[in-house]
Write a protein that binds this ligand. Structure first.
Ligand SMILES: Nc1ncnc2c1ncn2[C@@H]1O[C@H](COP(=O)(O)OP(=O)(O)OP(=O)(O)O)[C@@H](O)[C@H]1O
Ligand SMILES: [Mg+2]
Length: 286
């Protein structure tokens, strides 16, 4: 196992004779931008081991083991109630596991961090329902997302630096909303609001993006663009995408994890899991 059991949140990275250059950096200070400061010398960004979550005795997650690589685009599939959203809740600190290990990089123990600390360390999450500020413009939404101080008026009143403006323009282009920059977010289509929310996440430059059913309710064209977008984000970021739309999963994923009753049922390429007899029985064959 890669993670030293005694490693503690905020401790110096564990020194190792075969560590690469990036691993020699100092321990990560929370509150600073995520990214290259994270110690991921074995290429694993997220490590979940033996994770269980109980709700009044019901095990929503049951001895779950999952590893996400740096820059990886992972799809999580599985029947309703399999524990997919609960898994994201555990990673983001919203739900505390009753047992198990949850590490971000090699030195950050997610179980000991608050939701805010986890977000600041570089884990961004998109919920199914877009949560943009409808009364503000697209540009202002991105501007706000860039700030750590979430007081709307403090943020909008402050002058934007050239660098910040350039970053917003870059994100606008990535999410194809440049032409709508000055539009009120409330006037966007459902799909565009989803893209704006992804853009708001990107403003924070998270190392890991968690996306729960991102293409639900999208048109075919929007779904196609989302696939392109996610593929372009992979490499620079790691993505964990929960989705029921198998066409979409097939378009983006090289690695798929199937959850069932709170545990990993199968893992591999989409073709491999689609041929798995148990996966067909509990999920795909229905
Ligand atoms: N706060 C909670 N209290 C009690 N039970 C919960 C709670 N949250 C989730 N559950 C239960 O845990 C199980 C897993 O739920 P979860 O929402 O993670 O499933 P899911 O895989 O995301 O399903 P879906 O595909 O329908 O979104 C379900 O049986 C659900 O009812
Ligand atoms: Mg869910």
């Amino acid at each position: 196992m890669r993670v030293t059991a005694t490693a503690e949140f905020m401790l110096e990275p564990i020194l190792d004779s075969n560590k690469d250059a990036g691993a020699s950096r100092d321990a990560i200070g929370l509150g600073q931008a995520a990214g290259s400061g994270l110690n991921t010398r074995h290429g694993t960004l997220l490590t979940l081991e033996d994770i269980s979550v109980s709700f009044d005795g019901f095990k929503a997650l049951n001895d779950l083991n999952l590893y996400i690589g740096v820059g990886e685009l992972r799809c999580i599939i599985g029947p309703n109630g399999a524990g997919k959203t609960t898994l994201m809740d555990v990673i983001t600190g919203k739900t505390r596991p009753t047992q198990g290990k949850a590490w971000f990089g090699e030195t950050l123990d997610l179980r000991r961090m608050s939701e805010v600390q986890i977000a600041q360390a570089g884990i961004g999450r998109k919920f199914q329902k877009p949560t943009v500020f409808e009364a503000l413009t697209v540009f202002e939404n991105l501007e706000l997302a860039q700030k750590t101080d979430k007081s709307v008026w403090a943020c909008l009143g402050a002058r934007l630096g050239d660098e910040q403006r350039a970053r917003i323009e870059q994100v606008l282009e990535t999410i194809r909303l440049t032409a709508s920059a000055q539009r009120q977010a409330g006037l966007l289509s459902h799909g565009q609001k989803q893209f704006l929310e992804i853009g708001m996440l990107l403003m924070q430059d998270p190392q890991l993006l968690l996306l729960d059913e991102p293409v639900a309710g999208m048109t075919d064209a929007e779904t196609e663009f989302t696939a392109e977008l996610f593929k372009s984000l992979a490499g620079k970021h790691s993505l964990m995408v929960v989705e029921h739309d198998m066409g979409f999963v097939g378009a983006i994923a090289d690695h798929v994890t199937v959850l069932h009753q709170g545990s990993v049922l199968a893992e591999g390429s989409l073709e491999q899991v689609q041929e798995n007899q148990r996966v067909i029985e509990v999920y795909l064959g229905r």
